[in-house]
Write a protein that binds this ligand. Structure first.
Ligand SMILES: [Fe+2]
Ligand SMILES: [Fe+2]
Length: 246
């Protein structure tokens, strides 16, 4: 029994969204996903997919993508990504009813792996509100964008607190935290997301969303203040699921 994670499958079986233009790593990426997940994940294992599952804009355009995920081995747990337009956070219960026993949608709830609670939410980070010159020096600040970003962070934090609180109320004391967005924005070394991970003593924070060589280092990777931070974007891992816990 093992716990794996992989993010950003960006499937598009029903809508036209070829990913090849994003680099060689995306060529036939759905074939790589199937191959590597089948090689790695067994029927007794759990695979957390950390968002950006589908390019479809509504559920009817995502059915084949979700069926592809359903067909992969193991228990599949899905987190919301910024591109998952099909998934209204307030209607997660409906998705969980419809896909009961096939897929689990992690939002304002939690899942269980051994004695760990798997908690999570989409999160939010931004590539501003600062402006950088070509050498990476700070040249300006957009206060309006900053205020908007703070609101989004607060909303995601309340969803994450809810997930932790439900797990804690159910008696869990060990946690693995999943985000779609990285835990910190560029230029940040800490955030409300890293603070809550430390507060609950999460074993790990697993995130994705970052695509391409230049973005893989946007946030923290490795161990900080006793918490392991792992980037599991599909293209970062060449679509091989990362082992989170044996
Ligand atoms: Fe993505
Ligand atoms: Fe994303």
């Amino acid at each position: 029994m093992a716990l794996y994670a992989l993010g950003d499958l960006h499937l598009s079986f029903q809508v036209h969204k070829p990913m090849d233009s994003f680099g060689r790593v995306w060529k036939h990426h759905e074939k790589k996903i199937r191959k590597y997940v089948c090689q790695t994940v067994g029927p007794e294992d759990t695979l957390v997919l950390t968002g950006d599952h589908s390019w479809g804009r509504k559920l009817s355009e995502c059915r084949e993508d979700l069926a592809f995920i359903e067909d992969l081995p193991g228990r599949k747990i899905l987190l919301r990504g910024n591109h998952d337009m099909f998934w209204d956070a307030r209607k997660t219960d409906r998705l969980n009813e419809e896909y009961a026993g096939r897929l689990f949608f992690l939002q304002n709830n939690f899942a269980v792996y051994q004695d760990y609670a798997l908690v999570g939410t989409k999160g939010y980070t931004f590539e501003g509100p600062f402006y950088l010159d070509p050498w990476g020096n700070l040249t300006g600040w957009d206060e309006e964008r900053e205020a908007h970003a703070k609101k989004l962070v607060e909303r995601e934090m309340s969803r994450l607190r809810d997930s932790f609180a439900q797990a804690e109320a159910a008696g869990f004391r060990k946690y693995i935290m999943f985000l779609h967005y990285p835990p910190t924005s560029i230029l940040e070394e800490a955030s409300p997301f890293t603070e809550i991970a430390e507060q609950y003593g999460a074993l790990a924070v697993v995130y994705s969303h970052c695509h391409g060589e230049r973005r893989f280092g946007d946030s923290i990777r490795g161990t900080f203040h006793g918490v392991r931070y792992l980037l599991v974007s599909g293209d970062y891992l060449n679509f091989k699921p990362a082992l989170i816990l044996p």
